[in-house]
Design a protein around this ligand. Sequence first.
Ligand SMILES: Nc1ncnc2c1ncn2[C@@H]1O[C@H](COP(=O)(O)OP(=O)(O)OP(=O)(O)O)[C@@H](O)[C@H]1O
Length: 342
Amino acid sequence: MPAQSPTTPSTASSTASASALSIERLVKEFPARRRSRPSPGPGATRADVVHAVNGLSLEARRGEVTALLGPNGAGKTTTLECAQGLQRPTSGTVRLLGQDPWRASPALRARVGVMLQDGGLPQAVRPLELLRHVASLYGSPRNMDELVERLGINGFDRTVVRRLSGGQRQRVALAAALAGRPEVVFLDEPTAGMDPQSRNIVVDLVQQLRREGTSIILTTHLLDDAQRLADQVYIVDHGRVMAQGSVAELVAPGEDAPAVLALTLAPEHLDAGRWPWEAPEFAGIQVARDERTVTLTGPITPPLLEAVTRWFTATGAMPESLSLQPRTLEDVFLDISGREIR
Ligand SMILES: Nc1ncnc2c1ncn2[C@@H]1O[C@H](COP(=O)(O)OP(=O)(O)OP(=O)(O)O)[C@@H](O)[C@H]1O
């Protein structure tokens, strides 16, 4: 099972060149009442403080998609803001392309693209004017006409930003973040508020950027997005990393991670002969049964499958269906936190 506690990436300093973003033990506190004071005063008690990020470590490798997945309020956006140099960490270390983003030079900023959660766009301009202007700020900008067409922005390019829907604004913000051909792109909830078609377009675009070698760091609370896009997933809750790894590693069944095997049989077969539940292969397996279906939950192993098929051979029972149900990132999060991610 991948790490389930805040970890310090041991390779962070030795492989700085392979790392797009390296965060070690990041803490970010805010005064408890949002923006009521710039920072906790000398007399502030701990109750006056919100730990938006609470000892989070992660490493985003170059050329990969790294996803921060977690429920609302987990600390994803604040982590990204610290990584982008928009927030100053209370403590901990952040290195973006090897540099401290809080003191970032314009040269570093030019290598980084940022798509903020609420778009962060000027309200009174039209999308195309805005995107052409943003592109003109870079020495070697991306072909914006191509991007505008790909993201379907030309369908609403005469409407001022203020009047766009949330999903349309997201697409403009994404195009703006990519204008300067950045090496590293931060995407905060890139598909939030989008219809399925727009979501697919954005997912395809992110996959293309990755193939081109762009490092992508995104936040999401959509499991699908993480499952489809991410090389590495960090499951975040309460400002900490609860688990990390590739999707395959995270969902792999194991001792602490039960899998589910469901067998559907005709009722006469269900009662034929003695089921092999007492056999040693079934230790630790929970068996539930209704009229036609037997569900085995626990560490489903090849010897267990063999024992089940032996029983089929012995009794002549042929299952109508037999399915090993894959674990999802939702299951992983449920196992860790005892609640759903949404
Ligand atoms: N400026 C701020 N002042 C006070 N509290 C803040 C501030 N910014 C964030 N927080 C709090 O810190 C916690 C983490 O917020 P953050 O926005 O980082 O979470 P998130 O995982 O991005 O959530 P969401 O999915 O809703 O965007 C929340 O409890 C939030 O209310």
